[in-house]
Design a protein around this ligand. Structure first.
Ligand SMILES: *Cc1c(COP(=O)(O)O)cnc(C)c1O
Length: 367
């Protein structure tokens, strides 16, 4: 069986170090808002190159808290609009609607699967306050023109960096390209915890302080509540595990790149559309390797018959989800996103994946 992702193997790459840190944390008797979180936040901030990193409970909360803080700080208000790619994971959209903000969907570029920057300006109205960019599948989306557009219309750029930790654009890490960024450390992400975990990064000290308070019951000082906050804290044990794995993220992303490059060079089947390599390889950390093909479902079951696990990211775009029927979209509202949803298939790609297995996946696809 060639697994889509083998979390046991991935984490056993650092078994001894992780087990030691977990045991130390257990024995310390201190489980929340302690030194492990402080230490990981510092190391993450340093790695990303930002002034502030705030550990939170998960990636969805990281994004929710950024927008909640902008509302608390009167930068945005309920009913304001935020531009977001139409083909993102549902969490990006939930982070907006949960705060009473209106998601305004923008089609992706079919070559990169990321938001089509040339289609942003036409969607901007007097209510637009931000662009939520999503570095989908691990590929950075950014450009000078995006920055200029944000300045021209006074929009915040928020990054959904759940899938792209370690990617860089012109030497700047994703998570340091906009005004604030949300990270997910869900176990299957490139930097995965042993459970739920997330973080926010930002150079904005006021925003950081507000998010830190919001994530801890809206309080900066115990039992003094300045905001109606929530409980969204990063556990000490998860922070300890993440701190170990952070040291290896660049090497592990490099392993993903090598597998991706093999797939791109060696899969030769005209019925399969391969993902495009960015001009600068540092812009992609290959959280997912997504191909497209007209007979996607048949290919997937065929691969399954050959003991190769694959997944679909994502089968139903947000605008066609039952939960967002209030937005009033129907089929053909966003044809590029729908086309991707109907044809995409994610191949196995992870650090420690056996090169023989990579070969088997390539052979199966060429057959
Ligand atoms: C995983 C993910 C999230 C949410 O992260 P959780 O930790 O699962 O809450 C948000 N956005 C994108 C693009 C993701 O892939």
């Amino acid at each position: 069986m060639i697994k889509f992702l083998d979390l046991q193997k991935i984490n056993f790459l650092h078994q001894q170090e992780i087990e030691e840190r977990i045991l130390n944390t257990f024995r310390s008797g201190w489980y929340l808002l302690g030194n492990e979180v402080k230490n990981f936040e510092q190391n993450l901030a340093q790695y990303i190159g930002v002034k502030n990193a705030i550990g939170v409970a998960n990636g969805l909360d990281a994004l929710r808290l950024i927008f909640r803080a902008y509302i608390e700080l009167s930068v945005m208000q309920k009913g304001d609009e935020v531009l977001v790619p139409a083909n993102t994971y549902i969490a990006s959209i939930l982070a907006l609607s949960d705060n009473g903000l209106v998601p305004v969907l923008v089609e992706p570029d079919i070559n990169t699967y990321n938001i089509d920057i040339t289609k942003i300006e036409e969607k901007i109205t007097s209510k637009t306050k931000a662009i939520l960019i999503v570095h989908l599948y691990g590929r950075v989306v950014f450009s000078e023109s995006l920055r200029t557009l944000a300045q021209k219309y006074n929009l915040k750029i928020v990054e959904d960096n759940a899938q792209a930790i370690g990617a860089t654009w012109q030497g700047i890490k994703s998570g340091n390209l906009g005004d604030a960024a949300g990270f997910s450390f869900y176990p299957g992400k490139n930097l995965g915890a042993l459970g739920d975990a997330g973080a926010v990064t930002t150079n904005d000290d006021v925003l950081a302080e507000c998010i830190r308070a919001l994530a801890n019951y809206g309080s900066k000082q115990k039992y003094v509540n300045i905001y109606k906050g929530l409980n969204s804290r990063l556990d000490e044990i998860q922070a300890a595990v993440l701190d170990v794995k952070l040291k290896y993220i660049d090497a592990e992303n490099e392993q993903r790149r090598q597998i991706a490059h093999r797939y791109i060079q060696e899969i030769k089947n005209e019925k399969i559309i391969l993902p495009q390599l960015p001009f600068n390889t540092a812009e992609h950390v290959w959280h997912l390797f997504v191909i497209r093909t007209a007979n996607r479902d048949r290919l997937q079951s065929n691969l399954a018959d050959n003991s190769i696990q694959t997944l679909i990211h994502y089968p139903i775009p947000p605008h066609l989800q039952e939960s967002y029927k209030e937005l009033g979209f129907e089929k053909t509202s966003f044809t590029i996103s729908e086309d991707i949803a109907n044809t995409c298939l994610s191949l196995p790609i992870w650090p420690g994946m056996d090169s023989q297995h990579v070969t088997s996946v390539i052979e199966a696809l060429n057959n």
